[in-house]
Design a binder for this molecule. Structure first.
Ligand code: NAP
Length: 303
């Protein structure tokens, strides 16, 4: 029985997220044909070599011709230029979507270029690894992870159809207001990444004083920070520049809490520290109970 949701899909940008969409879609038979395009000849060459996409095109516009669904899988800061390039070839009734980690800024970047009769349904899969590029994707990346859709009208047929596509990729799907999305992600993802980048930077400074101790005696906490801090620099630069307000708001609160803990340590206030850590441990238990405690539920590379 076919579970095809779209006849023709185009993936623009062929990195971790696009390649995972392709393999997961193949696994479930969600699309009749998936066309792909990437900026560099090198990425297109790798895509052809590993069979990523049924057709690989030299330009985004070529890949989008006759597409029923186009998913923009490029860094947030590149969405506007890509949308401008493909707008003239989109057929009426085509749905544009994206996978950007920030929603309000992407909506601002894409909406002005939407041709008449083309709908935009923004999306953000809450799944990823620190790896990037066309070889890094795998079919299980979205299994049991959330994908948040932020359409203007969640009852519209194009939103429902995209929902069916993401459910077919293995995700749980929810709708959210774009501003609320950006605030929630600032707490759960963006600020933690900045903290990890900072912590690794601090340790790197320290390393100059203590030779290779930081690396040799890397305990689990610091190793986890280094994994997060290995995430793609272009992607994360764009995330912070485009989710500026929410990230700064959360970092302000973070700094206040940090000062409170710093004061408790200086004053020897063990009760405060114990109560605080008990509360945060409960949050961790809640995440485990919700089945959201790993980045990738099955890190096998089956495509
Ligand atoms: P990736 O593996 O680095 O792939 C990015 C792709 O975009 C590459 O094909 C790259 O082309 C292309 N690209 C980069 N800059 C471009 C530009 N200026 N114009 C046109 N194309 C450009 O990235 P990814 O992890 O798949 O991330 C893609 C999107 O998913 C981002 O918007 C990110 O916010 C979002 N996202 C990422 C994660 C995650 O954990 N990684 C999770 C959820 C959502 P070349 O290969 O030719 O350079």
């Amino acid at each position: 029985m076919s579970s095809q949701v779209y006849n023709r899909v185009a993936l623009i940008g062929l990195g971790l997220i696009a390649s995972s969409i392709f393999w997961a879609s193949k696994r479930a038979g969600l699309a009749g044909h998936i066309a792909g395009s990437a900026r560099s000849a090198e990425t297109r060459e790798i895509a052809r070599e590993i069979g990523l996409c049924e057709s690989v095109h030299d330009t985004a516009a070529e890949a989008c011709a006759d597409a029923d669904l186009v998913i923009l899988c490029v860094p947030v800061g590149a969405m506007s230029a890509v949308m401008q390039e493909i707008a003239p070839v989109l057929k009426p009734g085509c749905v544009i979507s994206d996978v950007g980690s920030v929603k309000r800024d992407v909506i601002k970047a894409v909406t002005p270029h939407l041709p008449e009769g083309v709908h935009f349904v923004p999306a953000h899969p809450l799944a990823g690894t620190e790896h990037s590029g066309p070889r890094s994707g795998f079919a299980e990346l979205f299994d049991n992870r959330w994908c948040l859709l932020t359409p203007e009208d969640s009852e519209a047929p194009e939103a429902q159809q995209l929902r069916a596509f993401w459910e077919g990729l293995g995700s749980n799907v929810d709708y959210m207001d774009p501003d609320h999305h950006d605030l929630v992600l600032a707490v759960t993802s963006h600020a933690p990444h900045l903290i990890a980048y900072t912590m690794v930077g601090v340790a790197d400074d320290l390393q100059r004083v203590t030779d290779s101790e930081v690396i040799n005696y890397s305990a689990a906490g610091f190793r986890d920070f280094t994994r997060i801090a290995a995430s793609d620099p272009t992607m994360w630069r764009d995330v912070f520049l485009s989710n500026k307000d929410a990230t700064l708001e959360i970092l302000g609160r973070f700094t206040e809490e940090l000062f409170a803990l710093q004061r408790a340590i200086r004053r020897g206030d063990g009760d405060l520290l114990f109560d605080y850590f008990t509360r945060t441990r409960e949050i961790r238990r809640g995440i485990i109970d919700a089945g959201q405690d790993t980045d990738a539920p099955n890190f096998g590379r089956s495509r």
